[in-house]
Design a protein around this ligand. Structure first.
Ligand SMILES: [Zn+2]
Length: 370
């Protein structure tokens, strides 16, 4: 451990990140599930919503799956990988009952500006109301793709068919497989199978998350990209439809994807002990139980989010219980911090390193990250 330097970065999403000397450039996976509330992350299923037939088709079956005597029991049932693994080996931020807050900086609290903020580090001022129009701002994925260790090794798989425009695939040339877009079948029976299944389902703008996951995992096994953006979407879809039971089931499935992916990473020599997960959501939802399914600037609670991090770059602080406010846009800075270490001549520098133990010339900056 002696060549690890601990850095305190109060404006970054978490208070400390471990700066080490990996043998090869670190891998970073940004993994999101759309519009998933901090309330469920930290308290598990909401008992009052679980028993409400407006939102839950079979209240007794749903309670058996997700209810518990306290928040700790409920959250462990809903998100076992979060609370049995990340909470021990990584960090989870955003429990507002502890005054630990992660906020959305953009005014709108909908998806396009949420992902823009997360991936560019800049607060979007101009509203894109989820239209298929390329973002003007480069993302941290583009920045990674311009570093020599990551060039051609950055990829995205997404359920939502608008994310290629946030990542501006046509401009950045970062491959983004999104919505019900076909996957490559070249020498790949799994690709053929995925496309066959998709051809029966291609009716919506958001792909079934399971297909997104299978497509991404298959790609990882075959091509070993170093930076991955993996965006799931069904939590938001079911919330908008008022299906609290399905919203919980999709959140639980998201947790299972994380567990499976983490096990895959730790079992694969290319990724093992050199891959960091940064996990978050693009916006919150209504904090009032009647408004839980909606979000936007007019719905209180929509700007309240959370983050979780796991991997060799992250100090194992567990659930963050101290008063602190960080921002969704700090995700881009955290990714920059992780990837620039292997490319010091091309490093970004922090705008504020008051509490950093790094030397001045080792400091890290993400342009526009404030
Ligand atoms: Zn939504």
């Amino acid at each position: 451990m002696k060549n690890l330097i601990y850095v305190c970065l109060p404006f970054i999403i978490v208070p400390s990140i471990v700066i080490g000397q990996p043998s090869t450039a670190p891998n970073v996976f940004i993994i999101t599930t759309d519009g998933f509330r901090w309330q469920e992350v930290f308290n598990g299923a909401d008992s009052s919503l679980l028993g409400d037939k407006r939102w839950v088709t079979d209240t007794s079956a749903c309670k058996q799956m997700f209810d518990g005597i306290n928040p700790q029991e409920r959250r462990s049932k809903l998100l076992p990988f979060f609370w049995h693994v990340i909470a021990k080996q990584g960090q989870i931020a955003g429990n507002r009952s502890q005054n630990n807050k992660v906020n959305v900086a953009n005014f709108y609290k909908i998806s396009y500006p949420g992902y823009q903020e997360m991936l560019t580090g800049i607060t979007p001022r101009r509203l894109n109301p989820n239209w298929a129009i390329n973002s003007r701002k480069p993302t941290v994925l583009e920045k990674a793709n311009n570093l020599k260790d990551y060039k051609g090794k950055v990829v995205a798989f997404c359920s939502w068919n608008i994310l290629p425009f946030v990542i501006r695939e046509s401009h950045s040339l970062i491959p983004v497989n999104a919505g019900y877009e076909r996957v490559s079948e070249e020498n790949d029976p799994m690709g053929t199978l995925i496309n066959q299944v998709q051809s029966y389902l291609a009716v919506e703008h958001t792909r079934n998350d399971m297909l997104t996951y299978v497509a991404a995992r298959n790609y990882l096994q075959q091509h070993h990209p170093k930076v991955l953006f993996l965006g799931f979407g069904e939590t938001d879809e079911h919330a908008h439809r008022g299906n609290y039971d399905q919203y919980l089931i999709k959140a639980h499935q998201f947790d299972q994807f994380l567990a499976d992916l983490w096990y895959f990473v730790q079992s694969d020599p290319f990724y093992k002990n050199n891959t960091t997960f940064i996990i978050t959501t693009d916006h919150g939802r209504g904090s009032n139980p009647k408004k839980w399914g909606s979000h936007g600037f007019w719905i209180k609670g929509s700007g309240e989010v959370w983050t979780a991090m796991l991997g060799p770059g992250i100090e194992p602080l567990g659930e963050l219980l101290h008063p602190q406010t960080t921002w969704l846009k700090n995700i881009a800075a955290a990714v920059s911090l992780l990837i620039q270490r292997s490319n010091p001549s091309e490093s970004y520098m922090l705008t504020d390193n008051r509490n950093s133990t790094l030397n001045k010339d080792e400091s890290i900056y993400f342009a526009g990250g404030q």
